[in-house]
Design a protein around this ligand. Sequence first.
Ligand SMILES: [Ca+2]
Ligand SMILES: [Ca+2]
Length: 260
Amino acid sequence: MSQHGKILRRFLVAGSTWFATLFLLQVSAFAGFTVSLYAPSVYQANTSAMDAVLGVTGYVIEDFEDKTLVAGLSYSITPISGSAQVFSSLPKTYAAPDFSWDQTNVLVSHPQNAFVEYGVESITFTIAGGATSFGVGLANFQSLGSPSYPITDHYIIVNGQSLGKLDAFDNWTKSWYRNGYLRIDAYGGDVISTVRFENIAPYGPYGQYGDLMVFDHLALKPVPEPGALVAAMGVALILCIRGTVARIRKDVAANVGARF
Ligand SMILES: [Ca+2]
Ligand SMILES: [Ca+2]
């Protein structure tokens, strides 16, 4: 191959490597999720120690102690009848130390963030920009077979895709109080945008009442900013080009005086 041919080939290889990297990032966008459920016995008032057990150390934590939600987090509640209501902050705080996973206050799946006698169909958390990992402490899910006031089992739905019945997961504890801590990890480049908890039978054995679900210590591992990702890819491209140029210079130096 001529020297010109070698140079052209090196640029083609560098370019195709770059585009292959872009392609792999695209095709892995819907790879999947893994789910971990921790029994309520992991709960402890020392949240740093608990976070280490839950694998959420360093995550952004929403503790629901005040009405402000962490950046990017919102939720919507769908009642048994009527349309969904979207919340970017809490309507009020609600203290429930027996249900909490940190401090005192919690989020109840009720439009008034209140623990009242009637429930809802579902609650959906939305993470603007997405998260690579999502955790939340759960309480007062009144699963079928619960020792106190059973109502219904519950679906867990991520990005619109059902991951099955929450109540059937290992470590799920049927209780009036804490039921478990859920952590969902995206893999293969996937991103968690919405997490929905849905009552399977909103009309339970206690008349028209759906289940109210309680949440606390919501943990997010945000997706890196697009700018940071592009910058990282840019650095990779620069290093790739520099390596190619260095090799071309070496080839040229080795062929100084050669006839073309
Ligand atoms: Ca709390
Ligand atoms: Ca309940």
